[in-house]
Design a protein around this ligand. Structure first.
Ligand code: NAD
Ligand code: IPM
Ligand code: MN
Length: 354
């Protein structure tokens, strides 16, 4: 298969982990006889430094003409601590999602059994958890009108019917291929936008009579996720609630460094870890690259339909964990020191097993 992949590492550990994700794609191409070509582009802080723009036009042009995009992370401490900065790395990420029409962000919470001990949740509560989040990605308070005066600030939380309907349909379709259970999360007891959300999900559910639908408020859902993660199967929710609940859910998988995602919609799909640029560990070869590697696996599966190749990548990650190798974030008190590897070294262990 001939495909063109754009690699957009961005900032901080995005640079380090995406390098490993790309090597995995190269290894898959070699092993399975595919012809993947690559290009690279700037986004985030590195793009601001080079061009003044967090999403330069050149990057957008390359994105539009690629078959899939492997994305790292954006962000820099400099902006996090400067609330008045007008140009920010995150604007590049949000603009990319909007421009490419990436309205659905799939965040699978895949728990590798070997990591049961890495979580702060009891193994007997965790074992068997398998959740697929559908986070709406181009609406909500992220994209509503922003206003600022000297003494007040507001962000409009707005959803349109069509936005809720299209993400709900994707989630229901996925539920049909899994346990036929769907949880919709909102705050319909308070927010008008959530009442629209719930109304539309109820309407769409009529087309999926086999799917059991449960509505939960975001506060209760956050509690239930830790109390009883096995109760969750497919979950659909808005942009902000989805951002927060999936970082919480990363603790089911053991670490933020384990969670991959697929952002899909109207054009080229973007495959990205859910974590950020992690200033605290950036540039030290400490980051767990598995989220990027598993994002590459999602890319192969969803954008290219290469199931066997995708499975081979996931199995290689599993084999590395079974062999006992860990990065610092997923090591526990029983991990021997010599089994804790750096980003590039654990990447090599994954490559060997594909
Ligand atoms: P973060 O996800 O970067 O880090 C949170 C914590 O998880 C940190 O302690 C970090 O060391 C750890 N962590 C994250 N990924 C890891 C990995 N692969 N391996 C090991 N440990 C890992 O979130 P933050 O600290 O809140 O934000 C840092 C910057 O990243 C901010 O500027 C923020 O805006 C940005 N950000 C970007 C994205 C994105 O590009 N998609 C996502 C989240 C945050
Ligand atoms: C994510 C990030 C982004 C988001 C930020 C960096 C804009 O947290 O991808 O989860 O909130 O969507
Ligand atoms: Mn986030």
């Amino acid at each position: 298969m001939r495909k063109h992949i754009l690699v957009v590492p961005g900032d901080g550990i995005g640079q380090e982990v995406t390098q490993v994700g790309k090597k995995v794609l190269e290894r898959v191409a070699e092993k399975f006889g595919h012809d993947f070509t690559y290009d690279e582009a700037l986004i985030g802080h590195v793009a601001i430094e080079a061009t003044g723009d967090p999403l330069p036009e050149e990057t957008l042009v390359k994105m539009r003409s690629s078959d899939a995009i492997l994305f790292g992370a954006v962000g820099h401490a400099k902006y996090d601590n400067d609330p008045n900065a007008k140009v920010r790395p995150e604007q590049g990420l949000l603009k990319m999602r909007k421009e490419l029409g990436l309205f659905a962000n799939l965040r699978p919470i895949k728990l590798f059994d070997e990591l049961l001990a890495s979580s702060s949740i009891k193994p007997e509560i965790l074992k068997g958890s398998d959740i697929l989040f559908f986070r709406e990605l181009t609406g909500d308070v992220y994209f509503g009108e922003k206003k600022r005066t000297e003494d007040s600030a507001s962000d409009l939380m707005i959803y349109h019917r069509y936005e809720v309907e299209r993400i709900a349909r994707k989630a229901f379709d996925a539920a049909m291929t899994r346990g036929k259970k769907l949880m919709s999360v909102d705050k319909a007891n308070v927010l008008e936008s959530s009442r629209l959300w719930r109304e539309v999900v109820q309407e769409v559910s009529k087309d999926y009579p086999e799917v059991t639908v449960e509505h939960q408020f975001i506060d209760a859902a956050a509690m239930l996720l830790i109390k009883d993660p096995k109760r969750f199967d497919v979950v659909v929710l808005g942009n902000l609630f989805g951002d927060i609940l999936t970082d919480e859910a990363s603790q089911i998988a053991g670490s933020m460094g384990m969670l991959a995602s697929a952002s899909i919609g109207e054009s080229t799909g973007v495959y990205e870890p859910i974590h950020g640029s992690a200033h605290d560990i950036a540039g030290k070869n400490l980051a767990n690259p598995m989220a990027s590697v598993l994002s590459a696996a999602l890319l192969l599966d969803i954008s290219f339909g290469l199931k066997e190749e995708s499975e081979a990548v996931i199995s290689a990650v599993d084999a590395v964990l079974k062999a006992g190798f860990r990065t610092g974030d997923i090591a526990d008190e029983n991990t021997p020191k010599e089994m804790i590897l750096g980003t590039q070294e654990i990447g090599e262990e994954i490559l060997k097993r594909i």
